[in-house]
Design a protein around this ligand. Structure first.
Ligand code: SF4
Length: 496
């Protein structure tokens, strides 16, 4: 039965009411409920505000295309002449490369969010240097450069990279990285499950989390301090759980990562208002590179309240988020999603196009009055439910698994269903072991042998363990193909 609502927004009226600056939001293409313009409007006279908004909209409109720019508008207003200069260069770059403006500003936003870089060099200067390098090179294709800039770990790295690009703009990605001698992260990603407990207890959870806090295992701040040498060598960290918002030291952990300037992501089913307020500066300055909120009708009352208020809070604070929707039935996913689409419309958002990421469909939603002109406010990721945890015997979940296994066996190679094979990062777990993946399918990796049975001390230890494990997986993929099952099934059998 299709639920009537997923987000229970009526309970969060103060997050939904129109702020006094709704007209200004509309003018700059922000969600109507957004309060981020308060920072620049309050304290200025009406005679100043109109011309200022007009100046932004007409002479530096790139500031309205990416959320991180609008959330840091005060900085750009203080440096308006240089922001306008950048706008002119964006237009020239667009003419030279034929790259859509929204894509160019997306690359710029990724550089702006690189706090390792902007800790050493003024952010606008970094943006100018990047565009100058592309304009000087007179090439059309600059995507390799754009991919590497957010990974630079110092201003020296960044400048060497730009210099190498200008000398030989046709260089491929690996050569560019190699020739510029940039200090690349030794591991692109790392998952960290900070606890194995959760108060929400969604029925579909495949992690088998415990509800009673007395039984929770948790990583502590001391563990994080011990992990510092590893964290400094990692491109991005994914903080998950259990439910991270239930970890008593979540804020300290996030601040620690932010101070180290390690970009990180947060996966949650939603938090309490005070927690969200405390995390907000890190959501605005790029420390938290993305936040994913699970939205599902299988939540109990606590989950419904938390996910609904979190979604409304993030829209109000102009923080883009991924809404992760676990659909009960693969075959009926498009129908199941409709009530959630209606809920997003209640937040003033509308459908802004779909993308396909590694086989997963992502539907984008943006403020209805600025469709196609700015970064999406919500990216709706739809994933079918698979058996695992409390859903092990669920007929819908079993049918989803049957369908996906059939697809795998028809293709003759099921290894693509393995997250490890697809480059997903290893995961440090709350019990201080390391697992090879964070897979939820078929009971997840809870039953598989560990990459390490203790916390790693150096990045070298972790890399060695990962490469040993990857070799061992080849036999598992072979056997899965022979049996016509998913690799996770064989892997779990072997792990017992
Ligand atoms: S096969 Fe193993 S390593 Fe790969 S996703 Fe499944 S459980 Fe994880």
């Amino acid at each position: 039965m299709t639920p009537e609502r997923y987000l229970h927004l009526d309970d969060h009226a103060d997050l939904l009411e129109m702020p006094e600056h709704a007209a200004a939001n509309q003018y700059l293409g922000l969600p109507l409920q957004s309060v981020v313009l308060n920072k620049i409007i309050d304290g200025r006279s009406p005679a100043e505000i109109g011309p200022l908004l007009h100046e932004i909209a007409t002479e530096a409109p790139f500031l309205t295309t990416q959320t991180i720019f609008t959330n840091n508008l005060s900085y750009f207003i203080e440096n308006m002449p240089r922001a306008k200069e950048l706008q002119n260069k964006i237009m020239r770059m667009h003419m030279q490369t034929s790259c859509p403006i929204l894509q160019i500003t997306g690359f710029l936003a990724d550089i702006f969010a690189n706090r390792r870089l902007t800790g050493e060099i003024d952010a606008l200067e970094a943006l100018h240097l990047f565009i100058d390098a592309v304009l000087e090179s007179r090439v059309q294709v600059f995507q390799n450069l754009a991919q590497l800039c957010p990974l630079c770990r110092s201003a020296t790295d960044f400048k060497n990279l730009l210099k190498t690009f200008k000398q030989n703009p046709e260089t491929d990605l690996d050569q560019l990285r190699f020739k510029s001698k940039m200090s690349f992260p030794r591991m692109m990603g790392l998952g960290i499950k900070i606890l194995d407990g959760c108060r929400v207890q969604c029925q579909f959870c495949s992690e088998d989390t415990k509800a009673n806090p007395d039984e929770w295992q948790m990583l502590t701040m001391d563990d994080f301090r011990a992990l510092q040498p590893i964290l400094e060598e990692v491109g991005q960290v994914a903080i998950t759980g259990g439910e991270p918002m239930d970890h008593p030291e979540l804020l300290e952990i996030c601040r620690f990562l932010s101070e180290l300037k390690v970009p990180f992501t947060l996966n949650t089913s939603g938090g309490e208002r005070e927690q969200l307020e405390e995390l907000l500066p890190m959501l605005h300055d790029g420390s938290i590179r993305s936040i994913t909120v699970s939205i599902n009708n299988q939540f109990g009352a606590l989950g419904k309240r938390r996910s609904s208020q979190t979604a409304a809070f993030l829209v109000q604070q102009n923080v883009p988020f991924k809404a992760h929707f676990t659909a009960p039935r693969l075959a009926e996913m498009q129908d199941d999603i409709q009530p959630l689409v209606n809920d997003l419309r209640c937040l003033g958002l509308d459908f802004a196009g779909a993308e396909n990421h590694k086989g997963t469909q992502v539907n984008n939603f943006a403020p209805a009055h600025s469709l196609g002109l700015r970064e999406a406010s919500v990216r709706l990721v739809m994933a079918p439910m698979y058996p695992g945890g409390r859903w092990s015997d669920n007929p819908d979940a079993l049918e989803n698994l049957r369908q996906i296994t059939r697809q795998a066996s028809q293709g003759g190679d099921s290894s693509g269903f393995c997250r490890l094979q697809r480059g997903a990062p290893p995961v440090i777990r709350a019990d201080r072991t390391v697992s090879p993946c964070d897979n939820n399918m078929e009971g997840g990796c809870s039953g598989v042998t560990r990459l390490m049975d203790r916390l790693p001390r150096t990045i070298g230890q972790l890399l060695q363990a990962k490469s040993r494990y990857s070799r061992r997986m080849r036999g598992i993929y072979r056997e899965a193909n022979q049996k016509g099952v998913l690799p996770c099934v064989v892997h779990r059998e072997k792990g017992k």
